[in-house]
Design a protein around this ligand. Sequence first.
Ligand code: ASP
Length: 324
Amino acid sequence: MTGNKISDNDFALAIHGGAGTILRSKMTREREADYHGGLRRALEAGRIVLADGGSALDAASAAVMALEDEPLFNAGRGAVYTSAGTQEMDAAVMDGRDRSAGAVAGICGPRNPVLAARAVMEHSGHVILIGESALQFCRRQGLAFEEPTYFYTEQRWNALQETLAIRESGADDQDESRKHGTVGAVARDRHGNLAAATSTGGMTAKSPGRVGDSPVIGAGTWADNETCAISATGHGEIFIRYAAAHEIASRMRYAGQSLEEAARAVVIDMLAPAGGSGGVIAVDQAGNVSLPFNCSGMYRGVVRGDGRLLTAIYDEPLIDFRNA
Ligand code: ASP
C-alpha cells in the first residue's frame, strides 16, 4: 500500500504491531476490534505530537510507547519469553536529521524500552548498550522500571509452553503466529524530518542472549532524511543478514528507486525467498508511505494531517475502524 505525497508542512506517521501468520479464521470480532483499538491509540499518541509541530523522533517514540504499554503486542508489557522463561527486550531509535541512533538489547525492567534506546542515543555517547550494564545506565537516567509481573501475559507464557512442547516432540513448528511480533513507528514531521523507532520482545523461545534485528541499525531500524525511515518486523536473523532497512535506503539512494519500489523489492523479492517472513513500514521525505509484508498479515496503521486514523490487519485496505 502506498500513501500519497503530502504538502510540505503536512506530516505522516505509520506504525506496525508485528507481522506473521495472522488468520481471519483464528480471530474473533472482539479481538480484531482490540487490535484496531490498540493501533488507533498509538496513532493518536503520535498524531498529537506531529499536529503540534513536534519532531518525528518524539512522535515515533510516543507511538511506540503506546504500543509497548498495550499487552496485545510483543514489546514492553506483553513481550514474549525466551526458552528459559525470561523476557529480553530489544529497542532502537534513529533520527533522520543526523543519523543519530540509540539501541538497547537483552533488557527487562524499563517500562518503555524505547525510552531506554532514546536515553542511549542522547546521553551515553554510544549506539548500543546491552544487558545488565544497559539496565544500570537506565537506572542512572531515572527511567521508570516495572516488576516482572507487569510484563507477564498468560497468552505469551502459554505460547512459550506450546512452542517448547512442539520442539520437544521433534515436530515442525508451522505456526509462526506464536513466534512473531514487534512494534514500530516511522514519521515525517511538518519540518520534513524523518525518524524511526522499533521495540520488541524478540521471538518466542529464542535462546537467552539472542539479539534480533530491531536494535541493529540498518537491519530492523533506519532513518535518514535523504532516503527514508524504516521499522521492520519479522524473522530477525534474515533481516540482519540482508541489512533489510539499509538495503531499502540504498536502493533509493543509488538506484533511484521510489520508496514503494525499494521497500517491495526488499520485502517481497529478497527477504521472502530467503525465509525472512515479515514486513516493514516506511516513509520518505515527501510523506509517501509504504507498508509491504510477505506473510498473511501485519498489524499496521497510518495517520496524516487530516487526522484520520487508518488501520488494517490482513491483506486488505486501511480503514477508519470507528466507521467500520
Ligand atoms: N524482528 C523481531 C526479532 O527477530 C521479531 C518480529 O518482528 O517478529 O526479534
